[in-house]
Design a protein around this ligand. Structure first.
Ligand SMILES: [Zn+2]
Length: 176
């Protein structure tokens, strides 16, 4: 009788922990997502979300730049003059894009990097505005980030010219 009781108790305890675990994870996720259900800094699986849906989730500024390829005015972005150590993520979906080690001070007016996370970004040919450029997009959610040029510093010679609005910075000191 005693053994059965112990078994029953341990089963109910197990069930309890099983029920509570996902709830805990969900709560933690909610803190960083701001009610964006697609946001994740760990899930790198491809997202296929319509612009209609993004429009409901993203701020108007972020929507215009990330989903309609608008460009923020130079020298206005929050990460233009910014040199803290940490990681840069996609502001739309949380995908990892850049490490602060690859950021350099550029005179172009937008935050610039000489190297991107290879798993973080993808490239498109952009012939708009009478120019031949290479557009940089988030590999996970296809959001517009900026353009890449070949006039950057060593070691890569590349200049990833990004919109601050498309980026989200997390400092090394904030990481647990
Ligand atoms: Zn993204």
């Amino acid at each position: 009788m005693k053994t059965i009781l112990i078994i029953l108790m341990s089963i109910s305890l197990q069930m309890c922990s099983q029920v509570h675990k996902p709830e805990k994870e969900k709560q933690m996720e909610n803190i960083t997502t701001n009610s964006n259900p697609y946001y994740s800094r760990t899930d790198r699986s491809k997202l296929t979300v319509s612009n209609e849906e993004w429009r409901k989730i993203l701020s108007p500024d972020l929507y215009a730049i990330a989903r309609e390829a608008a460009t923020e005015r130079p020298f206005t972005g929050k990460y233009n003059q910014f040199d803290e150590l940490g990681e840069y993520y996609c502001a739309v979906c949380g995908n990892h894009l850049f490490r602060s080690d690859s950021k350099f001070s550029s005179t172009c007016g937008w935050p610039s990097f000489f190297e991107a996370d290879k798993e973080g970004v993808a490239y498109n040919r952009d012939s708009s505005h009478g120019m031949e450029r290479i557009e940089v997009v988030c590999k996970r959610c296809d959001s517009h980030l900026g353009h890449v040029f070949n006039d950057g510093p060593a070691p890569t010679g590349m200049r990833y010219c990004m919109n601050s609005v498309s980026l989200e910075f997390v400092g090394d000191s904030e990481k647990k």
